[in-house]
Unconditional design. Sequence first.
Lengths: 107, 235
Amino acid sequence: MTQRLADPLMIAESWMRDGRDVAIATVIETWGSSPRQAGSQLVVDNAGNFEGSVSGGCVESSVIAEAADVIRHGEPIMLEFGVADETAWKVGLSCGGRIKIYVERLG
Amino acid sequence: MIVDPYCLKKLNEERRQRRAVIMLTDLEDGRDRVIRETDPVAGSLGNVIKKAFLTGRSGVAEVEGRSFFLNVYLPSPRLVVIGAVHISEALAPMAKIAGFEMEIIDPRTAFATRERFPDVNVYADWPDGVLQERPLDAYCALAVLSHDPKIDDPALAAALNAGCFYIGALGSRTTHAKRVERLKLLGFNKDQTDSINAPIGLDIGAVGPQEIAVAIIGGIIKSFRSRDNLHKDMN
């Protein structure tokens, strides 16, 4: 119920107006303890600028890298990070949680 | 599939207007739909949507063999308090903890001081003017606590017209009966006056301003989680 300072979707709209290519990443599901709940969003543009968060810092860099591909190809992807996953351990989601993130291109 | 720019614009426009909205994504084909609280959706999907609006929780739902993702955007609920009184002092920290943006309106400048309410917006002015500048809506709760009909009544009228999800008024049953008579003279019907929570707050046998504040915040949460904006005119 708290108000967010920077609103990712409002920023996505203004980026779109400026003619920038944008991808939106959304937390679809979470299991166990995860820092951000379902519905949390991160928006990324083609230059790698981003606003919002999907995990409180642990998986953002991976999501931003994947978002660049999504912007290029237009194909959405479903990402999963969790303790069972080697990369997830590396990116730091070691708190026992697992998250599923959907990344799609805007327009 | 991709996010439709039209859907994003529509979604953001609803959010700017402080209206609750859901982005419904069909996870099979990736198609998005923007659902407003007043939009009728039939069947099991309709029930899932209704529940999501109430809880404000986003998540995946399986409906008749299809997976949907519901991203729920609720306006941040505001609590408008009329009267910079002792109960308001106790309410301020509780409202903050419970996630309500609280503001206080009281034209009595001796009451409405920054020092007494460091963490909330205080408007030392008459409710009519303040509420014209910052209109109430379905995602506002109003608590009138000033004990002065000249201050309280115009705010109550504004809240009834705006369809606030909670309207509470401090005072005994006798005081409230007189208040209801005055509101009837202003043209409000019985359903409307019955919707006012009075005596204010949940019935927990509260003693003193602090406990009354607990009863009020409890009543507000109860109303928030059972609100039915579907039957309200939300233009």
